[in-house]
Design a protein around this ligand. Structure first.
Ligand code: GLY
Length: 393
């Protein structure tokens, strides 16, 4: 059974696959997406913080450049997406406040502030009192904080839905099925075979294949061992609460903290939803919501915002971050001609969506990775690159 040939076949219809498909179709390529439920994946769980500055971490300086580039693209990206689809993405330029509850947290936050300044990023140190003036619901024990006015938020579920519509309007074809196997003909990736649905067994031909399967990206059968995406799942449990109407001024910006070594954040949406995340657990493919996970998130959030326990708890969910060995994405061509990766975005998939679309569309139309994406080429984890690193170690 054979379907029509397309220029580009994207395996995975989460936000990364969709943005790749949309941007490639806008550049005149024929594009198809293979996914049983396009618009799903980790974006259905993610809180949607665009936290290039407040999630800065030691050792992730190269990634910072890409994160900042994508944060800068966001306003125009959202304006274009909303205008072509007529859909609201929930983008909100609200800023972020990171706070400390005890002297250890405060020392850590001071260190983050210093790292941000060394990296040329804007953030402002506030006393506990200044934090409470900004966010009156904060606990009296808050000892200080960092105000980051440039870190915003978007609703990832609405972003995913808008990207599906944008793809449809740009002529992207959807195959609502699992990709069962990569087809390799001669020395090239040539398409995929579908594993289920009405088109089961169909062989889809493509000039180029992009694997954008999130945490599943390394599991497509038929991919030669040396180009399998080195991506593992990192579980995150996330809660959704609702601020009842009429919305009391509960929280006006994203709030973050590190409480006893665990990151916690609260993202308030304009529609009253308050997203509370997230655990970070190396448990393979497990997506169980556990009593312990929910307890710890609520306990830590209650220390920051005691009023939170009054709010209805409307949803609990766990998702899987697609994580590479260096926490940075894998973008562009592999050593197998015709096969590309767009995966491994770890904690930054929503933030990196606009830049991933730009990078992947450039690669797919010109064959060249843009300069700012070269550090993220999948070849950095190839056996040859690893052997070189070991020699120099
Ligand atoms: N970027 C937030 C998270 O991955 O939990």
């Amino acid at each position: 059974m054979r379907s029509s040939h397309t220029d580009v076949l994207v395996v995975g219809g989460g936000i990364i696959g969709l943005v790749t498909a949309w941007r490639a179709a806008q550049r005149g390529l024929g594009v198809a997406v293979v996914d049983p439920e396009p618009g799903g994946g980790a974006a259905l769980v993610a809180a949607g913080m665009l936290a290039a500055v407040s999630e800065l971490d030691h050792g992730e300086q190269t990634l910072l450049g890409l994160n900042i580039a994508s944060a800068r693209l966001y306003p125009d990206f959202v304006a274009e997406l909303e205008s072509v689809t007529g859909r609201d993405t929930g983008y909100r330029a609200c800023g972020t406040l990171a706070v400390a509850l005890d002297s250890d947290d405060r020392a850590q936050l001071r260190e983050l502030h210093a790292l941000q300044r060394r990296s040329g990023l804007e953030s402002e140190w506030l006393t506990g009192r200044e934090c409470r003036r900004l966010e009156p619901m904060l606990a009296p024990g808050v000892r200080g904080g960092l105000r980051v006015d440039g870190d915003h938020q978007i609703d990832p579920r609405r972003l995913a839905a808008a990207l599906v519509t944008a793809c449809e309007r740009a002529g992207v074809v959807f195959h609502r099925a699992w990709a069962g196997r990569l087809r390799v003909v001669g020395d090239r990736a040539a398409g995929v075979t579908l594993a289920g649905g009405p088109e089961r067994g169909a062989e889809l031909d493509a000039g180029q294949v992009v694997i954008a399967g999130g945490s599943l990206s390394g599991r497509l059968a038929g991919v030669p061992d040396d180009v399998v995406a080195p991506v593992r799942p990192v579980k995150g449990q996330v809660l959704r609460l609702t601020v009842p109407r009429p919305y009391a001024p509960f929280l006006s910006r994203t709030l973050r903290a590190e409480v006893r070594g665990s990151h916690i954040y609260l993202v308030p949406r304009e529609n009253g939803e308050l997203v509370l995340g997230a655990t970070s657990e190396e448990l393979g493919w497990d997506t169980t919501v556990t009593a312990g996970g929910v307890y710890e998130l609520l306990r830590d959030a209650h220390e920051l915002l005691p009023g939170i326990t009054e709010l209805p708890l409307t949803e609990t969910r766990a998702g899987l971050r697609p994580t590479s060995p260096d926490n940075a994405p894998l973008l562009g061509p592999t050593a197998l001609p015709g096969l590309h990766l767009a995966t491994g975005h770890h904690r930054n998939g929503v933030l990196l969506t606009p830049v991933t679309g730009r990078v992947m569309a450039t690669v797919l139309t010109t064959g060249e990775l843009p300069d700012d994406a070269r550090p993220f080429a999948p070849g950095r984890f190839s056996p040859a690159a690893s052997a070189r690193l070991e020699q120099h170690a």
